[in-house]
Design a protein around this ligand. Sequence first.
Ligand SMILES: CC(C)(COP(=O)(O)OP(=O)(O)OC[C@H]1O[C@@H](n2cnc3c(N)ncnc32)[C@H](O)[C@@H]1OP(=O)(O)O)[C@@H](O)C(=O)NCCC(=O)NCCS
Length: 161
Amino acid sequence: MRSLLQPRISLREATPEDAAYLAAIHRGAFRHAWTDGDFASFLSQRGVSALIAFHTGRFGSTAPAGFVLFRQAADDSEIITIAVRSAYRRRGVARKLMEEAIRRLYHDRAAALHLEVEAGNAPAVNLYRRLGFAEVGTRPAYYTGDDQARLPALVMRRQLL
Ligand SMILES: CC(C)(COP(=O)(O)OP(=O)(O)OC[C@H]1O[C@@H](n2cnc3c(N)ncnc32)[C@H](O)[C@@H]1OP(=O)(O)O)[C@@H](O)C(=O)NCCC(=O)NCCS
């Protein structure tokens, strides 16, 4: 029997019409929210894709649970951002999104996948390590914290091909 803690999650590719969903999830997850327009603009760029995870409830209703936004340019690729709504966290949603993004990038012959993550963001750093990413550099004072403190980023990389 399916565990009650395991949400039923399905993924689909986002279109520019999904920009409001992505912005709402992003707003709940980051200090500096990106707008609907930011996401619509990303999704109209060449090489940029997003996957949205939807949760299906017991009576068939669906709700957006998270998304990943990524970009491929020739044989290189990057995760632009990923976020999961707090109600759905720690249930494998981000892992599922990342694995599908990696599967698609591999299929499209991306040789490597890069990302930047705030060094103190333990959930995200753990997620990426578990998915086989290694730290390849740091960027001091890359992010701005709540109190305007400058926070370092880790640059992480995973070989795909
Ligand atoms: C980071 C984030 C996307 C993870 O989403 P999630 O769906 O909860 O992650 P998953 O359930 O798929 O977890 C996969 C692995 O990530 C790590 N992880 C996730 N949440 C964690 C936490 N709170 N503490 C420690 N490790 C964590 C674990 O290794 C976990 O594997 P495990 O559950 O088998 O131990 C989510 O916490 C989030 O949206 N955070 C805010 C936005 C953000 O920081 N995005 C990353 C920007 S670079």
